[in-house]
Ligand binder design. Structure first.
Ligand code: FAD
Ligand code: PYC
Length: 413
């Protein structure tokens, strides 16, 4: 055994550098409390401290850091959405992602792969052309490609016409990427902690104290904490936490499942999505095939995963990639997706003064972590949402101004 390793292992003062400061007591009050220590809450804390000079911030996380949907997602990053509002918003996020490792000096293993959304019917080809044209109009690199290009970009696909849904073409989005999900959250968390943000794990918010229409404190399992402002970033628990603050969200919570295979040598470069077959796949830096499908068809606040999901997913996956028939599935899991009626997020002010919301991230919020963090920080700091977030305001459902992204949110729902 190398001497250095032996010395390291036997050392009483363990030489590993602590990523986060040791846990402390909760203070009786903070200027800003962020509920939820997932990627979004941590990113908002980071930008509040870095860009807006906020000094007194606590992130309260009921479980462990980034153990919610941030830990459970399949890390697809892209901006090939359908609406102008969606394209502009996700494009800003992709640009932030491209520099993120350098920005907070933490390698997030960002890997640009290209993203192919397969079209198996003439009407799907029309939709892909539509998305490509909107994307190009806003400077996003997407184009409609035909079957021979798809075969060239992904030789592993079964391009035969003997299958139920032959591949006619695809929306090709060159900047489509994947990254290491926990590194994204840890990068933001470590960066925020270095700037003095307190991160409290195992700290559940159980009540929100509102006086004269304004939030003044949160109740937690560790006592009451007074605060000037609160940002709610709790993904699959959005409706439940908003209810504590006394308002309703147009959100239903349903499971989304995924799984990974045993690691294989690198053999699949692009990310492949088929809405018609309800499947998607990419290969991680570790070599695992990361696979998922559409949401489960029932409301549930639980993260159980099912044999039914795996069977259905694999039946369709094998139509695209027969070679996967030899590959073992290693793990499967589920997350809780908070779905809005228009498949777009909810960001900005709420009916409670100084209480801000970042929710409705359904099956699409990992890619938005940098932009939502940056722009929600701006919203909290200025008590006003910037123009980029304006289309996603909560009251759009009252004024019939929805941002319909159903066709582009991820696989079919
Ligand atoms: P989370 O990471 O869930 O963080 C919220 C935190 O709030 C949790 O840690 C939770 O414990 C905490 N919390 C809840 N209630 C309380 C409380 N009362 N007090 C204190 N803390 C509380 N998106 C993509 O863009 N690309 C993908 O490929 C993709 N794949 C996905 C695959 C699956 C299987 C799933 C489930 C989701 C996927 N998503 C994807 C969506 C993405 O994971 C989420 O939108 C995103 O992670 C949301 O981040 P968040 O920080 O808001 O939520
Ligand atoms: O948003 O691209 C996406 C996605 C893929 C799978 C789940 N979400």
């Amino acid at each position: 055994m190398p001497f250095g390793l032996l010395k390291y292992g036997l050392s009483k003062t363990y030489p590993a550098r602590r990523q986060f400061p040791a846990p402390t007591d909760l203070k009786p009050s903070y200027d800003i409390v962020i509920i939820g220590g997932g990627g979004h809450g941590l990113a908002a804390a980071y930008y509040l401290a870095r860009d807006w000079g906020a000094k007194s911030i606590a992130v309260l996380e009921r479980g462990y850091l980034a153990g919610g949907n941030t830990a459970r997602n399949t890390t697809i990053i892209r901006s090939n959405y359908l609406t102008p509002e969606g394209v502009k918003f996700y494009d800003e996020s992709v640009r932030l992602y491209q520099d993120l490792s350098t920005d907070f000096d933490y390698n997030i293993l960002y890997s640009e792969r290209g993203h192919l959304t397969l079209a198996h019917t003439d009407s799907a080809m029309r939709t892909m052309r539509w998305r490509a044209e909107v994307n190009k109009h806003y400077g996003v690199r997407s184009e409609l490609v035909h079957a021979d290009d798809v075969a060239r970009l992904c030789p592993q696909l079964d391009m035969g016409d003997h299958v139920r849904y032959p591949i006619l073409g695809a929306l090709y989005h060159e900047p489509g990427a994947i990254a290491r999900h926990d590194a994204v959250a840890w990068g933001y968390g470590v960066g925020a902690a270095r700037m003095g943000v307190e991160i409290h794990q195992k700290t559940e918010v159980t009540g929100i104290v509102v006086e004269d229409g304004r939030v003044v404190a949160v109740e937690t399992n560790r006592g009451r904490v007074a605060c000037g402002k609160v940002l709610q970033a709790v993904a699959g628990s959005s409706s439940r936490v908003a209810k504590l603050a006394g308002f309703k969200l147009p959100i239903r919570t349903i499971p989304l499942q995924a799984c990974v295979s045993e690691p294989l040598k690198p053999c699949l470069d692009p990310i492949i999505v088929s809405g018609s077959l309800h499947v998607y796949i990419s290969q991680s830096a570790r070599g695992e095939m990361v696979m998922g499908g559409s949401t489960d068809p029932y409301g549930l606040y639980a993260t159980r995963s099912t044999l039914d999901f795996k069977e259905g997913l694999m039946a369709h996956m094998l139509e695209l990639f027969p070679f996967l028939g030899e590959v073992h599935v290693l793990r499967q899991w589920a997350g809780m997706a908070d779905m809005t009626p228009d498949f777009s997020p909810v960001m900005g002010l709420t009916p409670v003064r100084n209480y801000y919301i970042d929710a409705g991230w359904g099956t699409w919020g990992f890619k938005a972590t940098p932009v939502s963090g940056k722009r929600m920080a701006e919203t909290v700091a200025n008590d006003n949402a910037p123009a980029l977030l304006e289309p996603f305001r909560l009251d759009r459902f009252r004024t019939f101004a929805q941002v319909g992204e159903k066709g582009a949110a991820s696989v079919g729902h």
